[in-house]
Design a protein around this ligand. Structure first.
Ligand code: BES
Ligand code: MN
Ligand code: ZN
Length: 499
């Protein structure tokens, strides 16, 4: 999708597949646009007078016209002018895509001359995110049934007083970030027979080459040598060998501290010997959504080139119940030296993250570690799909992430990590256990477990995306059918706003 921004009155291409979008507020009529003919003005006024279109939030009204330059006009309802927000524009972008799809529009022109240019980025986000589809495995693509939305060009016509240069730059960054989100979503959709840990590593390597950032893959043998025993242990039940992916972004002029992002990369979670029930088991291909998010962030950084230093560390494994699999009761000596009693092989995410966190700490001494993981089903029970759970050891870090979450629409809600919860993972035989009491604060217990692997005065936040990575309904720019790429916009914007 190509986004062009020009001052109203300037030249732009249009044809009979082009739609002209007129954003409208509730009770703010007549609709005004210098691009509308007198006839169209009257037609729209009659639609408004008959109260067919009210300008309410969520409304999208298409008026086909017979014109060589336009397929039609889209009236876009934005609700109350005073209550306009970035999130409303993001959702408006999503709503437009549905309309554009049914009417086979391939070019959209927005009359943005009555709106603030700072609202262009969020609506662009809505447009790009809701255009996502995954049809790699559809052999016969019937054009009328496809989910694919092909919008070639989007044009914004801005008020003559606006500084377009700055808006263009900002919009280009937004497009780059959204493309990284969609790259992540594509990865999360990929089935586990294609996306093995090795394939994920290969993907990461190719991605890094594209944006010229460094990548390094630790093979199973190298991990064994290094003592990354928790990752090895979880990977033992599968014939698809585990590996660790390390992606490094560093701006050449930056000499300051480094931030580490850790992403859970379980390419499929059967539960291992503690096998999961069969219902909806296929969904567990998305247990690498944390890894996808981390790769998405690094891809975006590679394109935006901000002044900072970030590493992504991804433990990639398949959790399977093969005959060499990890067993309940096994004790693992983790990379940190701490021993863990495995009471449940399905609580595998915290095991591999523990080693990845310790490895990042030991080799890179980051001042901040943020991990992203589809860690607990309990997070869906507690918070549903509209926000992710966040926990951490630094109030300022957690606050700043929550704030960016509200701005980007990738919302977070904090859960406590009080010391009392430590008691829930006491082990009789090892330093800690990987499981707490049944049905008790599962998400917090996951966070508490990870906290045990944070050393020194490293600031740390843990984001549980089990509910937000997939299955989000009722938000127009996401889709229940597809993963969301949750974390990419959140973390990229957080990083960029911090530097
Ligand atoms: N990958 C799952 C968590 C999950 C479940 C994500 C459902 C998305 C949807 C994780 O590895 C897991 O199995 N967690 C267990 C933890 C339990 C054994 C403490 C769970 O949620 O049941
Ligand atoms: Mn599991
Ligand atoms: Zn898992």
């Amino acid at each position: 999708m190509k986004v062009t921004i020009i001052t109203i009155g300037g030249k732009f291409e249009s044809d009979w597949n082009t739609a002209l979008v007129i954003p409208s507020f509730e009770k703010d009529f007549p609709v005004q646009s210098e691009l509308l003919s007198e006839e169209l003005d009257m037609l729209i006024q009659s639609i408004v007078d008959r109260e067919v279109f009210l300008g309410k939030e969520g409304e999208v009204f298409f008026i086909p016209i017979q014109d060589a330059k336009y397929a039609g006009v889209i009236l876009l309802g934005l609700g109350s002018k005073e209550k306009l927000s970035e999130e409303k524009l993001r959702r408006a972008g999503g709503n437009i895509i549905n309309c554009v799809h049914t009417n086979r529009i391939s070019r959209i022109v927005f009359d943005w001359s009555k709106l603030c240019t700072s609202y262009i980025s969020p609506i662009v986000e809505g447009l790009i995110l809701s255009s996502f589809s995954y049809e790699n495995f559809k052999t016969e693509l019937d054009a009328s049934k496809t989910n694919k939305v092909n919008i070639g060009t989007v044009v914004f016509l801005t008020h003559p007083d606006e500084n377009i240069g700055r808006v263009i730059e900002e919009t280009n960054d937004t497009v780059a970030i959204c493309e990284s989100v969609n790259m992540c979503r594509n990865l999360v959709c990929t089935p586990a027979n294609d996306l093995t840990p090795g394939a994920l590593a290969e993907f990461a390597r190719t991605m890094c080459d594209k944006v010229e950032i460094k990548s390094r893959i630790l093979t199973r043998a190298e991990m064994e040598e290094e003592g990354l025993n928790a990752i090895i242990a979880v990977g033992r039940g599968s014939s698809r060998e585990p590996c660790m992916i390390i992606v490094e972004y560093k701006h050449p002029d930056y000499t300051g501290d480094l931030i580490a992002l850790i992403g859970k990369g379980v390419t499929f979670d059967t539960g291992g010997i503690c096998l999961k029930p069969r219902d909806n088991l296929h969904e567990m291909k998305y247990d690498m959504a944390g890894a996808g998010a981390v790769l998405g962030v690094l891809y975006a950084l590679g394109k935006l080139k901000p002044k900072m230093s970030v590493i992504g560390v991804i433990p990639a494994v398949e959790n399977a119940p093969g005959n060499n699999a990890l067993l309940p009761g096994d004790i693992i000596r983790t990379y940190s030296g701490k021993t863990v009693e495995v009471l449940d092989t399905d609580a595998e995410g915290r095991l591999i993250l523990a080693d990845a966190i310790s490895y990042a700490y030991k080799k890179y001494s980051p001042h901040t570690i943020i991990d992203v993981a589809t860690l607990t089903g309990g997070c869906i029970t507690a918070l549903g799909h509209f926000c992710a759970g966040i926990m951490g050891n630094d109030e300022q870090l957690v606050r700043s992430l929550i704030r960016i979450g509200e701005k980007t629409g990738e919302r977070l809600w904090e859960l406590p990590l009080w010391d009392d919860y430590e008691k829930l993972i006491k082990s009789e035989v090892a330093d800690i256990a990987n499981l707490g009491p049944a049905r008790e604060a599962q998400t917090i217990v996951g966070g508490i477990f990870l906290k045990n692997f944070i050393e020194g005065n490293t600031k740390w936040a843990h984001i549980d995306i089990a509910g937000t990575a997939w299955g989000v309904d009722h938000i127009s720019y996401w889709s229940k059918k597809y993963p969301t790429g949750f974390g990419v916009r959140l973390l990229t914007n957080w990083l960029v706003s911090n530097c």
